[in-house]
Design a protein around this ligand. Structure first.
Ligand SMILES: [Zn+2]
Length: 377
């Protein structure tokens, strides 16, 4: 049963109880109060469950965002790992190159030494002195006046080999620098990955916790709704026992406003307010504004508009000369020509037109004559 329908029943039970207070006041009144109280508590819990659901949806959205970020990070890490492996290979190759360059340099140095040795053995004392004093071949080459005695060829070759070694060394250093940068980037990404993963598990834990709290709230609300239903039924039964004017739809027609109190019956009556008829052509069913109105039977809407004293009204043709009117509505949900089903919500109770308070004027027409709706309910 819908919440609106429920509110209608509860409120009309309350109205009814108020109107017949005295004869059965305690029991029905208490039961209806209880039903209202259960309804309020249930509503509170249902609101709570909705809020939790919104929180859960937000957590889920955040989790999805984090998962998307994580996926990007993992891709970046993969790419970076490939870069690092490639860089390691480059460094390895550069080191080999450096080794070969150093060999070349060394070979050249050795052959140069042999030539110097030869010069010494052929008796050049000044050269020997320079050779002994020089701490390195470089010093020897740069400082010695005697350098000119070494062939231009040896000197050029050595310069060239040394330049190669220097260049390869510089290249290797650059590669090592790039390698270190890649490692730093990878470490940063790994930290980011860790943060994202822990954030995701946090959201998952929150979602799980919210889920169980939602279930709890929903179960408690359902239990309260069940109690509310029970109390409302008991209140209606008590009221009926005491002879109150309660109508429960179970006749040929579905009741157009279940639970409403009959505030004015069909037939002759005193004029309730100026302008009202003394012969009442329908049944007045008092219910709060906004209570749903249901089509008493299937048919075609022939009217759904404002009509003077009747206020906002709906007329339905059920065929075989049978028609029903619903007057004083606050809202109508149907339009002329529309087919409606038995029990379809066609409008809401109101107090439009000539009316002293919110109620549904329900009228049954047989071949154009108003008849007592009681026979159809
Ligand atoms: Zn009426």
């Amino acid at each position: 049963m819908s919440r609106k329908k429920w509110m209608g029943i509860i409120l009309s039970v309350v109205l009814c109880v108020v109107s017949v207070r005295g004869a059965f006041a305690t029991s029905a009144e208490d039961l209806s109060k209880q039903a209202t109280e259960y309804g309020n508590q249930a509503e509170e819990l249902e609101k709570n469950a909705k809020e939790l659901e919104a929180q859960q949806a937000a957590a889920e959205a955040l989790r999805q965002e984090l998962l998307a970020s994580l996926s990007v990070i993992l891709d970046n890490i993969e790419a970076l790992k490939a870069d690092i492996t490639a860089k390691e290979m480059e460094i390895f190759e550069k080191e080999e190159e450096l080794l070969l360059a150093k060999n070349d340099e060394n070979d050249q140095y050795e052959s140069m030494k042999k030539r110097i040795q030869y010069m010494y053995e052929t008796g050049d004392a000044q050269f020997l002195e320079i050779l002994v004093k020089s701490k390195s071949i470089k010093e020897l080459l740069n400082n010695a006046e005697y350098i000119k005695t070494i062939s231009e060829y040896d000197r050029d070759m050595l310069d060239e080999f040394q330049a190669i070694v220097k260049r390869v060394q510089e290249q290797e250093e650059a590669l090592q620098g790039e390698y270190a940068d890649l490692q730093v980037m990878q470490n940063e990404l790994l930290i980011e990955q860790e943060n994202l993963e822990s954030n995701i598990s946090g959201q998952e834990a929150l979602i799980g916790e919210l889920s169980s709290r939602i279930t709890e709230a929903e179960n408690a609300a359902a239990e309260l709704r069940r109690k509310q239903d029970e109390a409302a039924k008991a209140a209606i039964a008590e009221a009926a026992k005491a002879g109150a004017s309660l109508v429960i739809g179970n006749g040929f027609f579905t009741h157009p406003c279940p639970g409403a109190r009959i505030s004015s019956g069909f037939g002759p009556r005193k004029q309730p307010i100026p302008g009202a008829s003394t012969y009442h052509k329908g049944l007045d069913l008092a219910a709060p504004t906004g209570t749903p109105i249901y089509a008493a039977a299937a048919g075609t809407v022939t009217m759904a508009s404002y009509s003077g004293n009747a206020g906002l009204m709906i007329a339905i043709n059920h065929g075989n000369g049978l028609a029903t009117y619903y007057m004083h509505c606050s809202k109508v949900f149907v339009t002329p020509g529309q087919k409606v089903e038995k029990g379809q919500n066609i409008g809401l109770v109101g107090s439009t037109g000539n009316s002293s308070g919110p109620h549904l004027h329900f009228q049954v027409m047989v071949n154009g004559t108003a008849v007592d709706p009681a026979g159809y309910l």
